[in-house]
Design a protein around this ligand. Structure first.
Ligand code: SF4
Length: 121
């Protein structure tokens, strides 16, 4: 099984589409209740310092990044530079995106849980 790393993007804790998401509760539940290798929470992964983090952090082999952020199509565009800077291709082995927009805390938690479990199958 690949390592499972959760990259959480909080969209500066200010995105109107995440208003029903209680981030402190969500993050802590993910940390405690979903088996994974590690998680990182960043306020804006698609901006320069988020991309710099990804460049330093992301590895090519033996790990899948579960990204919890905006719409999947949007993530594909907005996180592309970060993956590219790290030299990691965005494919089904390396990347498992989850949209946490327009979700309640419970829905977002369940969707991240499902994604992490699917990586482990
Ligand atoms: S990647 Fe998506 S969720 Fe994260 S800051 Fe950018 S727009 Fe917001």
């Amino acid at each position: 099984m690949p390592k499972r790393a959760i990259l959480m993007c909080s969209c500066s804790f200010a995105c109107p589409s995440m208003v029903n998401l209680n981030f402190p509760t969500f993050i802590e539940r993910v940390r405690l209740e979903i088996p994974h290798d590690y998680m990182v929470v960043h306020p804006r992964l698609c901006e320069t310092n988020g991309e710099a983090l990804m460049e330093d952090l992301l590895k090519k082999d033996g790990i899948t990044y579960i990204t919890a952020a905006c719409k999947i199509e949007k993530q594909a565009k907005l996180l592309r530079d970060g993956f590219q800077r790290a030299g990691v291709p965005m494919n089904e082995k390396t990347w498992k995106p989850v949209s946490i927009q327009f979700k309640t805390t419970e829905q977002a938690f369940e969707d991240v849980k499902k994604a992490v479990e699917e990586v482990g199958e």
